[in-house]
Design a binder for this molecule. Structure first.
Ligand code: C5P
Length: 260
């Protein structure tokens, strides 16, 4: 493997629990309940805005790896500075918007490598966010002036991100296979929209009665089979009556499918 090739995740390490909560004590309580079940979490804009870097420190203290999901999008120098600070905090993965342009993407990748050396920490995986799942073909064309399919634009942005030195991207279940086929094994794919059970015939639709807003979903096993490396799972675990049991069920689903 080359210096820039991320190691493939071990089975249990593929699930990243989304800490989409308002307060530090809620995040702490979730990590406490899931101790022993999960090894990684995702901290996004809500918790980070509310609590700051201490949210990362708390997770790391428990031995839980952190994917910092702040989706940086700014001029190259500013993004490089943010990536440097995220690397200093010890996150194992972070992301930037792939639509920020090649110079910004290159600056982000280089900042991660340089900061890892300067602070003697492992270099984080730097992901590109391609097309937000809230944007459809119509919005791409009429609001952003991007013609063609969402999938074609996702692939174009992922290829640009790779050419600039990034290590992977975030992709909805719908795009995993396309990206895996086009970009090969040496590319990290992180997938949200995971729903443990889907009734037959409900392809792409939220689970009946699930009461949430994910439109493009996949079961854990299906997402891994399509080529995902990491699964970001929020409400199926965090809103479950017993989060620990729900996490174990997801891992069992992966094991039963022979995917881990
Ligand atoms: O609760 P749920 O499993 O839907 O949480 C999924 C997580 O992944 C959330 O933190 C959400 O912000 C994130 N995400 C997503 N869809 C994307 C990108 C990120 O659901 N396209």
């Amino acid at each position: 493997m080359s210096e820039t090739t991320p190691a493939p995740p071990a089975p249990k390490d593929r699930i990243l629990i989304a800490l989409d909560v308002e307060r530090l004590d809620e995040a702490d309580a979730l990590l406490e309940r899931l101790a022993g079940e999960i090894t990684g979490c995702k901290i996004g804009t809500q918790l980070f805005t509310a609590a700051g870097p201490v949210a990362i420190e708390r997770a790391l203290k428990r031995g839980v790896r952190v994917f910092l999901d702040l989706k940086y999008h700014d001029i190259p120098n500013t993004v490089a500075g943010a990536v440097r600070e995220a690397t200093r905090l010890g996150v194992f993965m972070l992301n930037v918007h792939a639509s920020g342009g090649s110079a910004m993407l290159k600056a982000a990748a280089e900042a991660a490598t340089t900061a890892a050396r300067d602070f003697a920490v492992p270099r984080p995986i730097v992901l590109g966010v391609t097309v937000l799942t809230s944007l459809d073909r119509r919005a791409l064309a009429t609001e952003l002036g991007v013609p063609g399919t969402v999938e074609a634009h996702v692939l174009r942005l992922a290829e640009q991100a790779r050419a600039a030195g990034l290590h992977g991207c975030v992709a909805s279940p719908r795009e995993i296979a396309l990206l895996r086929n086009a970009l090969g094994r040496d590319w990290v794919i992180v997938t949200p929209g995971i729903r443990p059970f889907r009734p037959a015939g409900a392809e792409g639709a939220p689970r009946a009665g699930s009461g949430d807003d994910q439109m493009r979903t996949a079961t854990p096993a299906a997402a891994i089979a399509a080529g995902a490396d990491y699964l970001v799972v929020g409400r199926p675990i965090t809103a479950a009556p017993d989060p620990s049991l729900a996490a174990r069920a997801i891992l069992a689903d992966l094991q039963a499918a022979g995917r881990v």
